[in-house]
Design a binder for this molecule. Structure first.
Ligand code: CA
Length: 239
C-alpha cells in the first residue's frame, strides 16, 4: 500500500514550506546540526498531523458504514472505481441455480466455492491456516479472485473492510504470484491505487495481498502481519 511512502512524499512537500526556522539559541548561533534537528521536528509534526487526518477519515467512513442498515447492502449499486480502470472482467456475484456442490460454509460464486470469514481478524499466515483447516486455502487464481472480489463487494459497503487473498511476493520481491504459482501481472486490472501510488508500492515491507475496502476492494500489497478477514477458496466436492 505504501502508506509510509505516501506520508514521506506529502511530508516532503510540507517540509518545503517550512523554510523559516526559528533560532534554537538566544544568541542566534545555532549550529548546522541544530537547524537540521529543528527541521526534522517540523517534518515529524507535519507527519503526525497527516496521519491523524487519515485516521479520522477512515474512522468516519467506518462509522457511516456501520450505521447503515444491513438490508441496504444488497441494494447498494457498485460505485465507480477510484482508478477508472476498465472492469470488464469483473462481474456481480451470481449464485448458481445448480445443486450445491460446495462444502459447508462455502458458497458458489461464478463457479467458485468461496468462504468469507466475516469478523475474524488474523494475519495472512493465520488466514492461510484457517482456510486450510476448511480444506482449502486463501483465494488464488485470477478468475477466482475476480469472483471473490464480487462476493466481497456485494457483502460489504465500500471501505468497510479489508480482506486477505492468496497473492504474495514473498518468494521474490516484486514478482507477485498466487498461491497456485500463477503470476499476477503488474498490469492486471485487479491492482488498485493508494493515494497517488499504483499498487503494489510497498516494496520489501509489504509482501501480502488484500482486497482493500477504501479502494473499492481492489488488490493492494500490505504488511503480512496486519489483522484482516480471510477469503477462502476450496474445490468443489464433486469436482
Ligand atoms: Ca513486496
Amino acid at each position: 500500500m505504501g502508506l509510509a511512502a505516501a506520508v514521506l512524499w506529502l511530508s516532503a512537500a510540507a517540509a518545503a514550506r517550512a523554510l523559516v526556522v526559528p533560532p534554537l539559541r538566544l544568541d542566534g548561533n545555532e549550529s548546522h546540526t541544530d537547524v537540521i534537528l529543528m527541521r526534522q521536528e517540523v517534518i515529524l509534526e507535519e507527519m503526525v498531523m497527516l496521519l491523524t487526518e487519515i485516521r479520522d477519515t477512515l474512522v468516519d467512513r467506518r462509522r457511516v458504514t456501520d450505521e447503515a442498515p444491513r438490508d441496504r447492502v444488497t441494494d447498494e449499486p457498485l460505485r465507480p472505481s477510484v482508478t477508472d480502470a476498465p472492469r470488464s472482467t469483473t462481474t456481480t456475484a451470481k449464485t448458481s441455480n445448480a445443486p450445491p456442490t460446495c462444502p459447508d460454509k462455502f458458497q458458489e460464486v461464478d463457479g467458485v466455492c468461496l468462504h468469507l470469514a466475516s469478523s475474524k481478524q488474523m494475519s495472512w499466515d493465520e488466514a492461510r491456516v484457517y482456510c486450510q483447516r476448511l480444506g482449502g486455502d486463501l483465494v488464488h487464481g485470477l478468475r477466482n479472485a475476480e469472483a471473490g472480489q464480487s462476493l466481497v463487494r456485494d457483502k460489504y459497503l465500500a471501505g468497510e473492510s479489508v480482506v486477505w487473498v492468496g497473492g504474495h511476493d514473498r518468494s521474490s520481491e516484486g514478482r507477485w504470484e498466487w498461491l497456485s504459482g500463477d503470476a499476477i501481472p503488474m498490469d492486471s486490472t485487479l491492482w488498485g491505487i493508494f493515494l497517488i501510488m499504483k499498487q503494489p508500492s510497498g516494496g520489501k515491507s509489504e509482501n501480502c495481498g488484500c482486497f482493500y475496502g477504501p479502494d473499492e476492494y481492489q488488490l493492494h500489497d500490505i504488511p503480512c502481519n496486519r489483522q484482516y478477514e480471510p477469503l477462502c477458496q476450496v474445490d468443489h466436492r464433486n469436482g
